[in-house]
Design a protein around this ligand. Structure first.
Ligand SMILES: [Zn+2]
Length: 140
């Protein structure tokens, strides 16, 4: 079962107030589950701090970012530090979608050689990959 995960590129618009996000301005980027896809939504700082604080179950992760200046457009959308951060924050996924997303993150991190595969163990009747992050021996 291979599912494609696409994280769409920022449209430089606040999802909430539709304000154009100027290059260099701060924003909060979020990734949420939308059916079979992952959807990226950006918010200006005002809207993000004003949004309701109730639990948002579709939300997989959020991070502060900055709208790239036009000369930086070729930079990676998601940097390595963010991927590791999301991976660590999803250590105890409470939904299948988050668990799937974490698995995808693990594959990406392995490809980037930031995460190293050690062995497979049977845990609670499930095959579980034991790995460690590069530069940190703590098993994950
Ligand atoms: Zn806004």
């Amino acid at each position: 079962m291979a599912r494609e995960y696409n994280i769409s590129k920022t449209a430089c618009l606040c999802r909430s107030c539709q304000k154009h996000l100027e290059p260099g301005s701060e924003l909060v980027a979020t990734v949420r589950e939308a059916g079979e896809e992952l959807q990226r939504e950006d918010f200006c700082l005002d809207c993000w701090s004003a949004r309701p604080q109730q639990a948002d179950h579709g939300l997989l992760g959020s991070w502060h970012s900055r709208v790239p200046a036009s000369t930086e457009k070729k930079k990676l959308l998601v940097d390595d530090e963010l991927l590791v951060n999301l991976f660590q924050r999803l250590e105890h996924p409470d939904t299948a979608a988050k668990a799937n997303f974490r698995f995808v993150l693990a594959l990406i991190l392995m490809r980037k050689k930031l995460l190293v595969y050690d062995r497979t163990e049977a845990m609670e009747g499930q095959e579980t990959w034991v790995m460690h992050l590069r530069g940190d021996d703590t098993p994950v």
